[in-house]
Design a protein around this ligand. Structure first.
Ligand code: FES
Length: 80
């Protein structure tokens, strides 16, 4: 059975951490707990995904969000 929840992978590798992925992950977590997105997404922390030059990196479904910000991550979550 296929999960209906959107999977959001946030890199927790050292380059992404230096570029603020920890803060970004906290913001995403807060947003997906909000009324609008509650129960629709699952947040997963990953190891380095080999896109270090574009840190921080977030993958939403099949979309790779490079130099991710909370705005473009939310835009992509709502779009997908
Ligand atoms: S540290 Fe995030 S892609 Fe390498």
């Amino acid at each position: 059975m296929e999960s209906k929840r959107k999977l959001i992978f946030v890199c927790g590798g050292s380059d992404c951490i230096k570029s603020g992925s920890k803060t970004l992950r906290k913001k995403i977590r807060e947003e997906i707990k909000s009324k609008e997105l509650r129960g629709q997404c699952k947040l997963i922390k990953t190891k380095c995904m080999d896109y270090c030059k574009s840190a921080p990196v977030v993958i939403i479904g099949e979309f790779v969000c490079k130099k991710a910000t909370i705005e473009n991550v939310l835009h992509q979550i709502k779009k997908s």
